[in-house]
Design a protein. Structure first.
Length: 212
């Protein structure tokens, strides 16, 4: 199963999701490989830091340009292939979409992030012509934890895209995501119930979508 995390916006939480979901499935005993398709190497660096932690091992490979056939071949060898793409329209994103089972497009509850989604929807739609099994969802990330701020509900209310499901689960803006990222850990390994719950909910929801 190939899960690609992609968006045309930088800094929306792609690598955070890619690393935490990889850890979630690896901790569950799945054979997981994290494919870093972004030359920034955020995910690959996280894996390097993780080696020193002696936590559940996750394989990782850097792959650039046309990644379609590499993803297909990894799909035959691993239970789950998670791809971290860069934050713009790229060859990696376009070719990755041709192999993926599911694309997840993270966005923050802000108008500027929302504005990038129509182009993403178009990209996904073109990819579906060549890869009919491709499913697509979006997820709200870094949502304010202050309940008096209603940005999350506002973003949900204006989210209206055919062919793109908005996940119920979200990530909230929590320092623990940054703390975990800096030491090669997932939030599941940081003794933080709220963030762990968020990642578990996201994983459960995306598996339901893939199996639907
Ligand atoms: N839920 C969260 N709570 C707090 N901080 C977060 C959360 N998600 C991501 N971050 C932080 O926000 C920043 C951007 O996240 P991340 O690197 O995952 O985004 P990205 O989409 O991969 O960015 P890029 O487009 O540059 O690859 C990082 O510093 C990360 O630690
Ligand atoms: Mg990234």
């Amino acid at each position: 199963m190939i899960i690609l995390i992609g968006s045309e916006k930088g800094g929306v939480g792609k690598s955070t999701l890619a690393t935490n979901l990889s850890a979630f499935f690896a901790i569950q005993g799945k054979d997981v490989i994290l494919v870093d398709a972004d030359r920034q190497s955020t995910s690959a660096n996280w894996i390097q830091d993780r080696i020193e932690t002696k936590k559940t091992k996750i394989d990782c490979v850097r792959q650039y340009d046309n990644i379609k056939s590499t993803l297909q071949s990894l799909d035959g060898r691993y239970d789950i292939v998670i791809v971290d793409c860069q934050g713009r329209d790229s060859k990696e994103l376009r070719t990755g979409l041709l192999a993926a089972d599911l694309v997840i497009a993270p966005f923050r509850p802000s108008q500027w992030d929302l504005d990038t989604l129509p182009t993403m929807v178009e990209l996904i739609s073109s990819a579906k012509d060549l890869n009919p099994k491709l499913k697509a969802c979006a997820i709200l990330t870094m949502s304010p934890t202050n309940h008096n701020i209603n940005e999350l509900e506002l973003a949900r209310s204006v989210f209206k895209f055919d062919n793109l499901v908005l996940l119920q689960s979200v990530t909230c803006d929590r320092k623990v995501y940054r703390d975990a990222a800096s030491i090669g850990l997932s939030v599941l390994e940081m003794d933080n119930e709220k963030a762990s719950f968020e990642i578990s909910e996201i994983a459960t929801e995306i598996i339901t979508i893939i199996n639907s």
